[in-house]
Design a protein around this ligand. Structure first.
Ligand code: AHR
Length: 493
């Protein structure tokens, strides 16, 4: 039996909508095939973007979408991706499979995609192999309203008005694929490059510096010490690998109870990571002006057998649904500092919410968690304290329950609960303090087995259902969570 106490009249911080952000890179079949099929494709599309994917993404209310990378960002030269498509330069995507990139999806197409799905763009600029001028001109091209070489070129290319662009990343993983830099060197480059990322007219850019790889706390220390005053956000990347071994990460679908447990244990590490990076940030920025932006997170497995190893295509099971639910709960709990997160990646790559194959499309268990949790976007985090039984495996233990709660503008309390156990149900005695609970509705995502997943042949093997396994008496809510489940409850206050 677990206990959960919720103070419904507390208001801790706002859960920034951007915590529900996504990431789209020129990698494998994410952009091409997954989103962009071209106007001449037999797959129904809007200006080359497939309608089924657009509709599914709109339904998720994605607040922000990161592009064009990833590692790709630091070898991307934006000028090659504007103007008539037939004249655009072709390049080799050296990071991801060595395939030819024809640049048919560029700045105009990405910003149009954002308009079509109602997301804000988050663009990553090239520090590793690009120049200060190139980055500066990109911002001018997108956001300057007056007469200038770049604004005029944008008009020639068919876009009269500038776009609104808020989020701009100055490089990606510059400690690795973005230039193998030391933090001291990158901090100086960040100061230089970001200086020329200009605010034109009313457009105010939120500048994001490249942050640490997982537990590289020294990177955060140096960046905060040397450059905090020039940035609005500092990123953090952390991927969940079941084995912790990059050479053999484990299969996405063929795993046992132990690997299930290990994966969830490793994903829970996100909490410690955020705490420790935030503690460093607090020393330099006690007012929490600089946001921690977890702009790459999610599971990373061995690729699906028979697929291009450079394309990072993997299936997505109930285990991924738990990973999503746990991480979103962690981000909520740290929403005073974490104000954006971008799961990697939106379609066909890593922990994708959507998989495609030709004209077929499948929504993954991770998609359903994002859909169930979207009620938290912009709501106020309220205090909750969980006392959870231990979930034990081979002498290791983790909490069986992960939870968070928020109250929205319509005075509805949203509770998200994850039962991490692969086989055991969990009873939760939930005490709601500070308000009277009225009508309650619930949704559950669970599955027949730990490996259950949606395929093109069986796209609804894992799907949400109405949840009724709760009882309310004297402000005590007794909830029975099935094994391996994610449950959301909405309580009218
Ligand atoms: O998401 C895949 C890759 O992971 C990104 O390109 C890179 O930033 C990270 O290492």
């Amino acid at each position: 039996m677990a206990k959960l106490i919720i103070d419904a009249d507390s208001r801790l911080s706002t859960i920034d909508r951007n915590i529900y952000g996504h990431f789209s890179e020129h990698l494998g079949r994410c952009i091409y095939e997954g989103i962009y099929v071209g106007e001449d494709s037999p797959i129904p599309n809007t200006e080359g973007m497939r309608n089924d994917v657009l509709e599914a993404l709109k339904r998720l209310q994605i607040p922000v979408l990161r592009w064009p990378g990833g590692c790709f960002a630091d070898e991307y030269h934006w000028k090659d991706g504007v103007g008539p498509k037939e004249k655009r330069k072709r390049m080799i995507n050296t990071h991801w499979g060595g395939v030819v990139e024809n640049n048919h999806f560029g700045t105009h197409e990405f910003l149009r995609l954002c308009e079509l799905i109602g997301a804000e763009p988050y663009i990553s600029g090239n520090v590793g192999s690009g120049t200060v001028a190139e980055m500066s001109e990109w911002v001018e091209y997108m956001t300057f309203d007056g007469e200038s070489p770049m604004a005029n070129w944008r008009r020639e290319n068919g876009r009269e008005q500038p776009w609104k662009l808020t989020y701009f990343g100055v490089g990606n993983e510059n400690w690795g694929c973005g230039g193998n830099m030391r933090p001291e060197y990158y901090a100086d480059l960040y100061r230089q490059y970001s200086c020329y990322v200009r605010n034109y007219g009313d457009n105010k850019i939120f500048k994001i510096a490249c942050g640490a790889n997982s537990q590289d706390y020294n990177w955060t220390e140096v960046l905060m010490r040397e450059a905090a005053r020039f940035m609005d956000g500092l990123s953090l990347h952390y991927y969940t690998l079941p084995t912790g071994n990059w050479k053999d990460k484990g299969s996405a679908t063929d795993f046992d109870d132990k690997q299930w447990f290990d994966t969830l244990q490793r994903t829970l590490f996100m909490d410690e990571l955020i705490r420790r990076h935030a503690a460093i940030m607090n020393q330099y920025d006690p007012d929490k002006r600089v946001a921690l932006i977890v702009d790459e997170w999610g599971t990373w497995y061995n690729v699906e057998p028979g697929t291009n190893p450079g394309f990072l295509y993997q299936q997505n099971t109930m285990r991924d649904a738990l990973v999503a639910g746990i991480n979103l709960n962690i981000f909520h709990q740290h929403s005073d500092r974490v104000r954006m997160a971008n799961i990697a990646q939106v379609v066909n790559v890593l922990q994708a919410v959507i998989l495609t194959e030709g004209a077929g499309m499948v929504l993954t268990p991770t998609y359903h968690v994002f859909d169930m949790y979207k009620v938290h976007q912009g709501a106020s985090l309220v205090y909750s304290r969980a006392e959870s039984p231990a979930y034990e495996m081979d002498g290791q233990t983790i909490d069986q329950l992960s939870a968070s709660a928020s109250v929205d503008a319509n005075n509805r309390l949203h509770i998200s609960l994850c039962n991490l156990h692969h086989a055991d149900a969990l009873e939760v005695a939930c005490e709601v303090r500070g308000a009277r609970a009225g009508d309650i509705t619930g949704t559950v995502l669970t599955s027949e087995s730990i490996q259950s997943h949606n395929t093109f042949e069986d796209p609804e093997a894992v799907k949400p259902a109405e949840f009724r396994d709760f009882q309310l008496a004297n402000d005590q809510l007794a909830v029975k969570l099935p094994a391996r489940s994610v449950v959301t409850l909405t309580v009218q206050l």
